[in-house]
Design a protein around this ligand. Structure first.
Ligand SMILES: Cc1cc2nc3c(=O)[nH]c(=O)nc-3n(C[C@H](O)[C@H](O)[C@H](O)COP(=O)(O)OP(=O)(O)OC[C@H]3O[C@@H](n4cnc5c(N)ncnc54)[C@H](O)[C@@H]3O)c2cc1C
Length: 430
């Protein structure tokens, strides 16, 4: 787990019955639980490790509309509103700030891509604007990089991942949700073809509805029940600096670095131009479905074939309800971080903003993201298994949309009018 993750104290005993079981205590599952608890719907979250310990605490904390798929923006706008009221809603600080996000372009091609994106979202009337070289110098002083321009959205922002999901979980419990940690769900129980409960490592919980919000594990869980979800793992490496004087409060993305201010005054930094594909069998089996994305991201992918391939093959993909499952084998997915990539990020960043010469590393970590072929999640009920809804596949940008995604999933589960049109997130698009 990352050092700053706020621990949530939860009970050991799981209830025998509830209305809704949520599999996964990440930001999506926890926000669905918070919403259901506020609607007085009995809900139990089962988390195999710890609340927020996987993607939801390892991410960069960016909350953005900039460069998002146009279809995904209504979810991001709904989430912005939820973030704005979140500290009050959960009665705890989640460190949400609309501090702005800036993407830099080092050549005309990159600038052209930002212009094309801005054009594609024109009808949504976002506050995103193109910036000139001079405007960038004024916004983020002290830079030495040669930028032809950039795109800036003042209403984008950040929250602190290490505390946000935990704060939401504590509030969900105060409002009536039950959260059980260190407990894996192994199976769905089905009666007459419909969901009637789940089998966890502590026994069975009877329920009418299950929401699977299992992040990178959802694919394996669904596959165990005969449902195929295309999703592939990629690994990002991140570092956090000790508190320091940085150039700005704005989160900034260059071609080969990114930074944003941390709650303690340090910076969270990543080599933005390098994501690792540590190959597994799935990369070979379904990699062809990602050719569209590869066109844009080929230069950023660092592909390796090594021990991960064997480790993944060895992990048992089939289990019975009485035997330990893969979810108990790995309580918290904690991929090795790549020190080389973190050093690259620092080198590029120091060249662009020399004030980062004084950055000292406080912590480094790896995070595994679950990418779908169109980079959009699935938030939908599964026709083949009545009573099962899924909210998964957030493709490396689900922290920002997590509050709205969780609420939308809760709407689907409880049969309420959906927060936004759920059409872009249909499972049937596969
Ligand atoms: C390095 C990195 C940087 C990122 N940066 C950003 C960013 O700046 N902005 C942004 O918007 N997004 C970002 N993301 C993506 C974002 O973190 C994720 O999209 C989001 O957290 C997904 O939330 P989740 O709840 O779906 O998954 P998770 O947080 O992974 O939670 C899923 C949970 O389900 C549990 N689980 C799974 N199966 C079972 C089971 N069978 N039984 C019990 N529990 C189970 C897991 O243990 C896990 O805790 C980043 C991700 C990473 C890794």
């Amino acid at each position: 787990m990352i050092k700053t993750l706020e621990y949530v104290d939860t009970p050991n005993e799981q209830p025998a019955r509830t209305s809704v079981v949520i599999i996964g205590g990440g930001i999506v599952g926890i926000n669905a639980a918070l919403t259901l608890a506020e609607r007085n719907i009995p809900v139990v979250v089962i988390e195999k490790g710890f609340v927020g310990a996987e993607q939801s605490s390892r991410n960069l904390g960016w909350i953005r509309k900039t460069n998002r798929h146009a279809e995904d923006i209504p979810l991001a706008l709904a989430s912005d509103e939820l973030w704005a009221g979140m500290s009050k809603r959960v009665n705890r600080d989640v460190d949400y700030k609309q501090s702005g996000i800036l993407f830099l372009a080092e050549n005309a091609k990159q600038m052209g891509a930002y212009e094309a994106w801005l054009d594609s979202v024109k009808s949504l009337e976002l506050d995103s604007t193109l910036l000139s070289t001079e405007e960038i110098k004024a916004k983020v002083p002290g830079g030495k990089g040669q930028w032809v321009g950039g795109i800036y959205t003042a209403s984008d922002g950040r929250a602190e991942p290490a505390i946000a999901t935990s704060a939401m979980a504590k509030a969900a419990m105060e409002k009536g949700a039950v959260i059980i940690q260190n407990c894996a769900v192994r199976h769905l129980s089905l009666s007459g073809g419909k969901v009637s409960g789940v089998v966890t490592e502590k026994g069975e919980i009877l329920c009418e509805q299950v929401l699977l919000a299992g992040g990178a594990w959802s694919k394996a869980f669904l596959s165990h029940h005969g449902v195929s979800l295309p999703s592939l793992p990629l690994i990002c490496s991140v570092l956090r600096s000790k508190p320091m004087d940085g150039p700005t409060d704005i989160a900034v993305a260059g071609p080969n670095f990114s930074f944003r201010k941390h709650l303690d005054g340090g910076f969270v930094i990543m080599q933005r131009g390098a994501i690792e594909a540590r190959l597994t069998l799935d990369h070979f089996l379904i990699g062809h479905r990602y050719l569209g994305q590869l066109k844009h991201q080929r230069d950023a992918l660092r592909i390796s074939l090594g021990r991960h391939f064997i480790e993944d093959l060895k992990m048992s993909k089939r289990w019975s309800r009485n035997k330990s499952s893969m979810f108990e084998e790995i309580r918290v997915m904690n991929p090795d971080h790549n020190k080389g990539l973190n050093q690259e990020a620092l080198t590029h960043l120091r060249a662009a903003w020399p004030s980062f010469q004084e950055a000292e590393i406080a912590e480094e970590w790896g995070g595994l993201i679950d990418i779908t072929p169109d980079s959009k999640p699935v938030i939908d009920s599964i026709d083949a298994i009545p009573g099962l809804t899924i909210a998964t596949g957030f493709s490396g940008h689900g922290f920002g949309t997590g509050p709205a995604a969780g609420m939308l999933a809760a709407d689907l589960v409880s049969g309420m009018t959906p927060l936004i049109n759920p059409e872009p997130y249909k499972f049937s698009r596969w």
